[in-house]
Structure formats: structure tokens, C-alpha cells
Design a protein around this ligand. Structure first.
Ligand code: GAR
Length: 189
């Protein structure tokens, strides 16, 4: 049985879908939900689902990303996670942290990678006149929003879409894609 820790910064809708998916004959179970923001809405939702939670606020560390990541690592340690899922975790991680978890860390990104790495993906796809957007689950490597792609789902961009319209349509697909990708990853790793 693989042990999965999920890192969030916000509402945690992907986290909920991941937690709910890890039931029955699933090869993994959720052991920790960790947020870098104490007021992340996902924390209460994880607790309601019976998953232990932790907070490592990045703000007291200022620009010292490595010190923040040491605290993150210390909070993760007792959970003895085999797999780390980033689910709307909005901090850039350094190469040191990533190398510790390399091959064991997944991320979901709201674009069809390699297009639109970074932020504001939906606005950029609309601005570019694309007919299609989507989401990607990938293994995390040292380069931002890079690393081997595990699964992708396309989503149409409709005339008159605002970034919020598109984000909502993509999120529906994220909620199916991430659980399926995690299951496949846990089965073969
Ligand atoms: C999701 O759309 C996820 O793909 C995105 O943040 C949202 C989190 O929503 N992640 C990124 O942009 C990562 N750079 P959630 O908290 O409801 O899962």
C-alpha cells in the first residue's frame, strides 16, 4: 500500500477527488494533507474526510526557500509518504527538494503542457486564440511545470469564454484526470 501526501495552497478540490479515489482496491492511501497557507480552504475539507493535516506557512521564511523546504520536509517525515501529489500547491520548489522526491512527486497543471507553463494559463490560451485548452499531470523535475507527462485531457475553448469560464471547464477534467493518473502511477511504482 503506497502512502500519499498531498500539498495544497487553496480550496483543494483536486485534493478531495484524490482522497475520495483512494478507496476500495486502490493501491494507495492518503496519509497527510499539507498546506503552505493556514487559511487554505482545503484543510478543513481534508479533516472532514478524516485525513491528517499540517501547515507550514512559507511567509516567515521570506526569500529563504531552502529553509521553508526543510520545514516542509520535517512536516512530511512522520507521514512516511511514498508519493507526493501537488494539487494547487502554489510555491516553486528548489532542485534540492525536488531531487529528494524525484520519481515520486506528481503535479497537476491547468494547461496542455508544454504550452503555458507558470501562471494565468487560461487567460494566455484565450488570448492566443487557441481552440483547445486542458490539463496535464506530470512528474515533477527541477524545471518548472516540466517533467514526464503522465496524462493529459483536452478541453474546448468556446467563443466568449472568460478565463474563469475556462478554468471551471478545465477543473471538471482535472478532477477525473488526476485520480486516474495517481492510480496508474501508484500501480506501477
Ligand atoms: C487547479 O486548477 C490546478 O491545476 C492549479 O490550481 C488549481 C487548484 O485548484 N494548479 C496550478 O496552477 C499549479 N501551478 P484546487 O485547489 O481546487 O485543486
Amino acid at each position: 500500500m503506497k502512502r500519499v501526501a498531498i500539498l495544497i495552497s487553496g480550496g483543494g478540490s483536486n485534493m478531495i477527488k484524490l482522497v475520495e479515489s483512494m478507496a476500495g482496491d486502490h493501491p494507495a492511501k492518503p496519509v497527510l494533507v499539507l498546506s503552505n497557507l493556514p487559511d487554505a480552504g482545503g484543510l478543513a475539507k481534508a479533516e472532514a474526510l478524516g485525513v491528517p493535516t499540517a501547515v507550514v506557512d512559507h511567509r516567515p521564511f521570506g526569500k529563504d526557500r531552502e529553509a521553508f523546504e526543510q520545514a516542509l520536509q520535517a512536516a512530511l517525515e512522520p507521514a512516511k509518504a511514498d508519493i507526493l501529489c501537488l494539487a494547487g500547491f502554489m510555491r516553486i520548489l528548489t532542485a534540492g527538494f525536488i531531487s529528494h522526491w524525484e520519481g515520486r512527486m506528481l503535479n497537476i497543471h491547468p494547461s496542455l503542457l508544454p504550452k503555458y507553463k507558470g501562471l494565468n494559463t487560461h487567460a494566455r490560451a484565450i488570448e492566443a486564440g487557441d481552440s483547445e485548452a486542458g490539463c496535464s499531470v506530470h512528474e515533477v523535475t527541477a524545471a518548472l511545470d516540466d517533467g514526464p507527462i503522465i496524462a493529459q485531457a483536452p478541453v474546448p475553448i468556446l467563443p466568449g469564454d472568460t478565463p474563469a469560464d475556462l478554468a471551471a471547464r478545465v477543473l471538471v477534467e482535472e478532477h477525473k484526470l488526476y485520480p486516474a493518473a495517481l492510480r496508474a502511477f501508484a500501480e506501477r511504482n
